[in-house]
Design a protein around this ligand. Structure first.
Ligand code: FES
Ligand code: FE2
Length: 417
């Protein structure tokens, strides 16, 4: 099905048609062009499959895949579609196995996806005759699971159905790669826990949310009141050359109204001067040497993942589209193997800001849901992302929607829409 032609008011990508969030044909094309072709998608962390035989089920786009660690320590990503009659055979979220077995007819695969055995392949001998079995030219090597190309960097695992995709480093580009390496600098990671939620909104709205430095100091009472993210914080916005990925870099200022410069931002209604913490330990922030200045760097890697460093809380957030009107959002909170027990405790406490019920992130889930409701009710209308002009470019402030315009400029090129 061909998508309906889109009308881009004002030319570029500053006015985004509501149809982008609701049209099924566009969504199918997005899956093909962003999730299944030409892009690296996040699948998980090496630390989630630390031992040979470990596996974890996840998705690339809407396709179920399994990340495994083989006996030789190598990580593989295979599609969860049996080569026999196509069953999505792996039902466990994670585990440890010597091989992968489809329960339907017990075809057995190695952890690298190679087919190892087929029951009754040579038929059944009865009354001195062989009955049935696979054709004589059936070759196990031709019928493995679909294997994805895998790239690993700093303990993070990416995969692509497209074996011709550019290198992961070229895909990120040097600017974004620098921020990626800042967070994943080679230290071994330690998994602290997960949050999962399903947000009834289009998957791109989550990318937009983390490319939108306009809202945090307005929507999030928590951020503005306690100074974690405010328009008067020192900040930079950086993109790759395609404008698809981005980093929002911010350095925490002072809480409250202390400075004259803060007067403007504390006039917003979400600033609650009288709001106090019963337990201030959630804001027990300890700067870490690897930060190198910024107190928060929020990275969006298009299309599938967000890398979060907000003070001592670090996580990956996996965007898993589920139709045009919803996505699953999986948060993996982690720390580093050399963290002290106090630092682990601190990261876990600060993780309460995020996740489905986070003091900050619960707000984002709601605004995405309510945006989607409006899009569905008013086809033909469009959003407006013109803060900071209609152009696309890096900035040294956050009073702009340039990253959103950048993403949709890229979207238009790839989607030919
Ligand atoms: Fe998997 Fe038959 S469908 S073994
Ligand atoms: Fe937010």
């Amino acid at each position: 099905m061909e998508p309906r032609p889109l009308h881009w008011e004002a030319g570029g990508s500053s006015r985004i048609p509501f149809d982008l969030y609701t049209d099924e044909a566009l969504y199918r094309r997005e899956l093909e062009r962003f999730f299944y072709r030409g892009h690296w998608n996040y699948v998980g962390l090496e630390a989630e499959v630390p031992n040979p035989g470990d596996f974890r089920r996840t998705v690339v786009g809407e396709r179920s895949v399994i990340m495994t660690r083989a006996q030789d320590g190598q990580i593989h990503v295979v599609e969860n579609v049996c080569a026999h009659r196509g069953m999505r055979f792996c039902r466990e979220r994670h585990g440890n196995r010597r091989e992968l077995i489809c329960p339907y007819h017990q075809w057995t695969y190695g952890l690298d996806g190679q087919l190892q055995g087929v029951p009754f392949r040579r038929g059944v001998r009865q009354d001195g005759r062989v009955q049935g079995g696979m054709p004589p030219d059936f070759n196990l090597a031709d019928h493995g699971l679909t294997r994805l190309r895998v790239a690993q960097r700093g303990g993070v695992v990416f995969a692509s159905f497209d074996h011709g995709v550019e290198s992961l480093e070229d895909f990120m580009g040097p600017t974004v790669l620098r921020y990626f390496d800042r967070l994943f600098d080679g230290r071994r990671l330690r998994i602290l826990g997960y949050n999962r939620q399903r947000i009834p909104g289009n998957w791109k709205l989550m990318q937009e949310n983390i490319k939108d430095p306009y809202h945090p100091g307005l929507l999030h009472t928590w951020f503005v009141t306690f100074g974690l993210w405010r328009a008067d914080n020192r900040s930079e916005l950086r993109m790759d050359d395609h404008h698809r990925h981005a980093a929002m870099i911010s350095t925490r200022g002072h809480a409250g109204q202390a400075s004259a410069a803060a007067a403007q931002v504390t006039q917003v209604s979400s600033f609650k001067d009288g709001m106090q913490l019963n337990d201030p330990s959630i804001l027990d922030i300890v700067p870490e040497p690897w930060w190198g200045g910024p107190t928060a760097v929020m990275m969006t890697l298009f299309p599938s993942v967000i890398f979060q460093q907000q003070v001592n809380s670090v996580s990956t957030r996996h965007i898993q589209p589920d139709g045009s009107g919803a996505f699953h959002f999986v948060w993996t909170h982690f720390g580093f193997e050399d963290d002290t027990p106090e630092m682990t405790e601190r990261r876990l406490r600060q993780a309460n800001l995020f996740g489905p019920a986070g003091f900050v992130s619960a707000d984002d889930g709601e605004v995405i849901e309510f945006s989607q409701q409006a899009f569905a009710s008013k086809p033909g209308h469009r959003t407006l992302a013109e803060l900071g002009g209609r152009e696309v470019g890096d900035t040294d402030h956050m009073v702009t929607e340039t990253l959103i315009r950048g993403m949709y400029a890229y979207w238009r090129r790839v989607m030919e829409a």
